[in-house]
Design a protein. Structure first.
Length: 551
């Protein structure tokens, strides 16, 4: 609905002789007495116009010209806000757009012709997915869904960490367990992966090869077998949450030279060296971030010869630019918070436009059962597994609970709440609103012959109660909520919005007779209910949860 005001405000500014590239902000006042929408444009432009904000606001109001039957009152408020009061019939007429546009309501083509890549999950294939990784997976999936609503061509990518020291430790862990199955006594290192899954992988090798690998020092077969089994497990877990990827980028490819060209990692070192940002001391190779004002340089290649995380990450992101993406969204866990700024600094030095990169950091997750926190450690083998959580609370609750708090906040996943069949459970509350509307439509079809396939929204302006107007007004916020979610890479705002829609629908349902109302009013209220159902469905699709027709 905010978009409605923009051309009229721009026209008034032009008439006032004011040119600006500043964004026109239009907000909803928290108190309805200040109108339906408000703008602070007079504050933003007062200095340029050489007027105080109230004076400029009054001038702009005199130049605003809205179509008849849309805005009932425009006023200056406080030190210079401009408040707009909408005609209730206009609000109800506008709500018919929900039916007209259906599944595409809220979508636009602002990203048409642009290619976006969203990298998410990217868990090391060293063990089953934990609950903490699940949060980033759902966050990335929702962001990709949001981008698609705006017309972007989206690639969903998983950066497959199949190189480095952790993969060697994985291979060694499997070999030790394999040797145990061959009858050898092993002092299993506490630094290695100890979960039951390591023994299960070793059992697979033992069944296939007997003790024929016992004298094999080469870890390649142990690594490849473990990697394949674990990654298949990871993909199955993600599919349970309807999370899929279009591409899997293998880290090890950055270590390989190709057609006489240095490896991706070496190309980064060479290019940074040419720019004067490589140092070599303490038997290691360093990114000279002290030249950027930082206190310490950052190691790229350790004294052992192994690269740090920063080096392949820089090389990997360079491939995203080389592949021609216009927007690159990275969904990282909180453990990347110190690393990614260095990656961006390196890319900037290498000449890449880092304004195309956006980073969403999601904080840690703890799960509580009966008020007790479950500890997580993949390496110790007592991790809080994502599969177990899905088994316990279901895919819908798992997804919604992961994003019902801001990504910037630590998440306490209350398992008992997620299983409740009550309004206290956010996913139940939202899905119940959808199921209630489906039930109402079925009853209307049976009792009064209501045919939703032939519905039109012409009767909506007959509705004029506060509950009806507030509900329709909320529906019209949906496109703005999508835009807000994308600006902040924060799907949580969609959860909050849908909760508001459900809350207002339940209020409308309680206060306004529907099936027993007069025919024209009954029809209009049924149409309004269908509009609510459509918005819930569109929002659920972005969040990746189901829309049950009965509960």
């Amino acid at each position: 609905m905010r978009a409605f005001f923009l051309p009229f405000i721009q026209d008034a500014l032009q008439k006032a002789g004011i040119e600006t590239d500043k964004e026109i902000q239009i907000d909803k006042p928290t108190d309805k007495k200040f109108g339906d929408f408000s703008t602070n444009i007079a504050f933003l432009l007062a200095k340029e116009a050489r007027k105080n904000p109230r004076e400029l606001a009054g001038q702009l109001i005199g130049l605003l010209s809205f179509p008849d039957g849309t805005v009932t009152k425009t006023e200056v408020a406080g030190p210079g806000f401009i408040n707009f009061h909408l005609d209730s019939a206009f609000v109800m007429r506008s709500a018919s757009a929900v039916l007209d546009e259906g599944a595409s309501f809220g979508c636009n083509e602002s990203g048409k012709g642009q290619r976006a890549i969203v990298e998410y999950v990217s868990a090391n294939p060293t063990g089953p997915l934990t609950v903490g990784r699940g949060r980033g997976g759902v966050l990335g999936d929702c962001i990709a869904n949001l981008l698609e609503t705006q017309g972007y061509e989206v690639t969903r990518e998983y950066y497959f960490n199949d190189a480095g020291r952790q993969m060697q430790i994985l291979a060694e862990s499997v070999r030790y367990r394999y040797l145990e199955k061959c009858g050898h006594e092993i002092d299993f290192p506490t630094t290695h992966y100890q979960g039951d899954y390591i023994g299960e992988i070793a059992e697979t090798l033992f069944i296939e090869h007997g003790d024929g690998l016992a004298s094999l020092d080469d870890l390649a077969l142990f690594k490849e077998t473990a990697e394949g089994i674990i990654f298949s497990s990871i993909r199955r877990t993600l599919e349970r949450l309807s999370i899929t990827h279009d591409k899997f980028f293998n880290e090890h490819t950055l270590y390989l030279s190709h057609e006489g060209q240095p490896s991706g990692n070496q190309q980064v070192i060479n290019a940074l060296d040419a720019k004067g940002f490589i140092g070599r001391y303490d038997n290691a190779t360093w990114f000279m971030t002290t030249k950027l004002g930082q206190e310490k340089d950052k190691v790229l290649v350790k004294s052992s010869g192994d690269p740090s995380y920063r080096l392949p990450d820089i090389a990997y992101h360079a491939t995203k630019f080389e592949r021609g993406f216009d927007l690159m969204v990275n969904v990282f866990g909180a453990d990347h918070i110190d690393e990614y700024p260095d990656v961006q600094e390196a890319l900037k030095i290498l000449g890449y436009d880092t304004s195309k990169i956006r980073v969403a950091i999601n904080q840690f997750v703890t799960t509580t059962v009966g008020g007790q926190t479950v500890k997580m450690s993949t390496r110790k083998g007592n991790a809080d597994l994502l599969d177990d959580l899905i088994d316990d609370v279901g895919a819908d609750a798992t997804r919604l609970f992961f994003i019902m708090r801001s990504k910037d906040s630590h998440l306490n996943f209350d398992v008992e709440l997620a299983k409740k069949q009550s309004k206290d459970n956010p996913v139940f509350y939202l899905q119940y609103a959808h199921a209630r509307i489906c039930s109402l439509v079925r009853m209307a079809s049976k009792e009064v012959g209501f045919d939703e396939s032939s519905v039109i929204g012409e009767g909506l302006p007959l509705l004029a109660s506060e509950a009806e107007i507030d509900l329709a007004s909320a529906l019209l916020d949906f496109p703005d909520v999508i835009a807000s979610c994308l600006r902040q890479l924060e799907p949580q705002k969609m959860v909050e919005y849908l909760h508001t829609v459900a809350e207002r629908y339940h209020k409308f349902y309680q206060e306004c007779q529907i099936l027993k109302a007069e025919p024209e009013i009954r029809y209009a209220r049924l149409v309004l209910s269908l509009c609510v159902r459509q918005v819930l469905q569109n929002g659920f699709r972005i969040l990746g949860i189901s829309a049950p027709e009965s509960m």
